[in-house]
Write a protein that binds this ligand. Structure first.
Ligand SMILES: Cc1ncc(COP(=O)(O)O)c(C=O)c1O
Length: 477
C-alpha cells in the first residue's frame, strides 16, 4: 500500500524542480511546525466569519497592500471567492455576462444562483491561446440587449484577467463600460496576486476600477495552497451581502495554519516587495534573453501579441510553444530527461509558472534544457507533430444554449458514446484540466466541432474530464 504522506516526503527529497503552483515553490518562507499553530476559534484568536480583532487587522493589512476598500481572507481558494462574489452581485435567476473562458467555479455560481448567462467569446491569438476581452466586446453585448428593448439586463460582468496563460484585459476600459450601464465588474484575478506590487507586472484590477477582485495567493505568491483573497474595491456592493455569502461558502473551521501563512505572505510583501520583485525580475529577464535564439521552440513574450489580442501579457508565465514536437512530447521530455515539472501541457505548448521564490538554478536548468531540446534531431525532424482537427487553439466557440445550466441539472440524464452525441444537449461539463475551463457546459447543444475537439484532445493525451471513457452525459428528452 502506497501512502500519500510517504510519497510526498519522497517527492520532496527529489531533484524535480517545480515550474508550477503553489508559488512558494516548496521552499520554506518561515520555519514552523504546522501542528503547533493549528488551533480553532479559542479565546484571543478572533473568528474569521465575524472578525473584530487580530484577523480583522490582518485582513486590513492585505487591503492596504493591494489598496482595496476591504479584503477578505479565503481558505477555500478563489473558488470560494468567485462563488461568494457572484452570488452577492446577482440575485437568483437574474442575468450575467461572462467571458466563456472563465474557470468552472464561475459556472458553478451561475448554476447555484440559477442565472441566465450570456457569453463573451475571446478571440484566439496567433500563438494559439485565448486573447483578451475588450471593452468593445462588452459594450456590443450590452447594447445588443438594450436595443432589443430588454433594458439593461445584466447584474454583473465576469472576466478572467490574467488568464491561465497570462493574457491581461483592459480592466479600466471594461469597468467604464460596465459602470455606464450600472453593471458590476467582477474580475477573476486568481492568477494575478503578484500584480500591482511592482513596476514589472501589470496593475491589479483592484486599482483599475473593478468592483470585486478575487486572487489566489497560492498560485503566484509564497502562500499555502487554498489561500486566496476577495477584494471589495467599490461602494457598489454592500459588505454585509459579501459577508453573508462568505459565511455560506467558506468552511466554518478556517485553518489557522493557512491564515497564518497568508499573513506571513502579506507581511513579507509589505516589508520587502521592492527587493523581492527586483531580484525576481533580474532572473526572469535573464531567462527571456537566453531563450531568444531558440529556433524550434519559442518562449512567448508580450511582443508576440497584436494590440487587439492582448492588452498586456504577464511575463511570470513561461509559455513555451513548440513548432515540431507536440506539447506532450516537450512536457514529457522536460520532466523525464531534465527533472522539470511544468504546470500544464496543451497541444502546441507547455506552460511554466514562476514566482519570487524561483531560484537562479531553476531558471538555468530550464533554459539549458530548452537549448538542448531545440537542437535534438527529433525536434528538427520535418514534423513529428500529430495532426489534429483543432484549428489552432480554437476550443471555445459559440454553441446553441438550449436551457440554463441550472435547468439542465434538473433533467433526466444518460451516458451517450461520443460518436452518437452530436446534436444532443449536454448534461454535464467537459473540460481540460488544467485549466478547468468548460469545453461544453450543461444545457449546451453538442456539435460535431465540440466532439472532434474532445477526441483530438484525448488522442493528444490531454486530461479531458467528463468524457474520459469515451462517453458524455446528455439529457434525455
Ligand atoms: C482562472 C482561475 N480562476 C479560479 C481558479 C480557482 O482557484 P482556486 O484553486 O484558488 O480555488 C482557478 C484555478 O486554477 C483558475 O485557474
Amino acid at each position: 500500500m502506497e501512502l500519500l504522506d510517504e510519497k510526498l516526503k519522497t517527492y520532496a527529497k527529489s531533484n524535480i524542480y517545480p515550474f508550477h503552483m503553489p508559488g512558494h515553490k516548496r521552499r520554506r518562507v518561515d520555519e514552523v511546525n504546522p501542528y503547533s499553530i493549528d488551533i480553532t476559534e479559542i479565546d484571543g484568536f478572533d473568528n474569521l466569519h465575524h472578525a473584530t480583532d487580530i484577523l480583522k487587522e490582518a485582513q486590513m493589512r492585505a487591503a492596504n497592500l493591494y489598496q482595496a476598500r476591504q479584503s477578505y481572507y479565503l481558505v477555500n481558494g478563489s473558488t470560494c471567492g468567485l462563488l461568494a462574489a457572484i452570488s452577492a452581485s446577482c440575485p437568483k435567476r437574474s442575468r450575467i455576462l461572462v467571458a466563456r473562458n472563465c474557470h468552472k467555479a464561475v459556472y458553478h455560481a451561475i448554476d447555484l444562483q440559477e442565472l441566465q448567462a450570456d457569453y463573451l467569446y475571446p478571440n484566439f491569438t496567433s500563438c494559439g491561446i485565448c486573447g483578451q476581452i475588450t471593452p468593445r466586446m462588452v459594450e456590443e453585448a450590452i447594447t445588443k440587449e438594450v436595443e432589443q428593448k430588454n433594458g439593461c439586463p445584466y447584474k454583473a460582468v465576469v472576466i478572467t484577467s490574467p488568464t491561465y496563460d497570462g493574457v491581461v484585459s483592459d480592466i479600466a476600459g471594461i469597468a467604464a463600460v460596465a459602470h455606464r450601464y450600472g453593471i458590476l465588474l467582477i474580475v477573476d484575478e486568481a492568477h494575478g496576486a503578484h500584480f500591482g506590487l511592482s513596476r514589472y507586472f501589470p496593475k491589479s484590477a483592484v486599482t483599475e476600477g473593478a468592483d470585486l477582485v478575487i486572487q489566489s495567493l497560492h498560485k503566484t505568491l509564497p502562500s499555502y495552497t487554498q489561500t486566496a483573497l476577495l477584494h471589495v474595491c467599490s461602494e457598489r456592493v454592500p459588505l454585509c451581502e459579501i459577508e453573508r455569502q462568505l459565511d455560506i461558502f467558506e468552511t466554518s473551521s478556517p485553518s489557522y495554519v493557512l491564515m497564518a501563512g497568508m499573513e506571513r505572505c502579506i507581511q513579507l510583501l509589505s516589508m520587502e516587495k521592492e527587493a523581492l520583485f527586483e531580484s525576481y525580475w533580474k532572473k526572469l529577464e535573464g531567462f527571456y534573453d537566453r531563450v531568444k535564439t531558440l529556433k524550434m521552440l519559442q518562449v512567448i513574450d508580450g511582443e508576440c501579441f497584436l494590440q487587439e489580442e492582448a492588452f498586456a501579457f504577464d511575463p511570470s508565465k513561461l509559455l513555451i510553444v513548440t513548432k515540431s514536437l507536440s506539447g506532450k512530447e516537450l512536457y514529457d521530455c522536460l520532466l523525464h530527461k531534465y527533472g522539470l515539472q511544468m504546470e500544464m501541457v496543451s497541444r502546441d505548448y507547455v506552460l511554466g509558472m514562476t514566482s519570487i521564490m524561483d531560484t537562479e538554478e531553476g531558471f538555468e536548468r530550464l533554459w539549458k534544457a530548452l537549448h538542448e531540446i531545440d537542437t535534438m534531431p527529433e525536434t528538427n525532424a520535418s514534423s513529428g507533430k500529430e495532426q489534429t482537427d483543432i484549428p489552432y487553439g480554437n476550443l471555445y466557440e459559440p454553441t446553441e444554449r438550449v436551457m440554463t445550466i441550472a435547468r439542465a441539472q434538473e433533467q433526466k440524464k444518460e451516458q451517450t458514446p461520443l460518436l452518437q452525441a452530436s446534436g444532443c444537449v449536454s448534461g454535464d461539463y467537459v473540460y481540460l484540466y488544467p485549466p478547468g475551463i468548460p469545453l461544453v457546459a450543461p444545457g449546451e447543444r453538442i456539435t460535431d466541432k465540440i466532439l472532434s475537439d474532445i477526441e483530438s484532445c484525448r488522442r493528444l493525451g490531454l486530461k479531458v474530464l467528463g468524457a474520459a471513457d469515451g462517453k458524455m452525459c446528455t439529457l434525455v428528452f
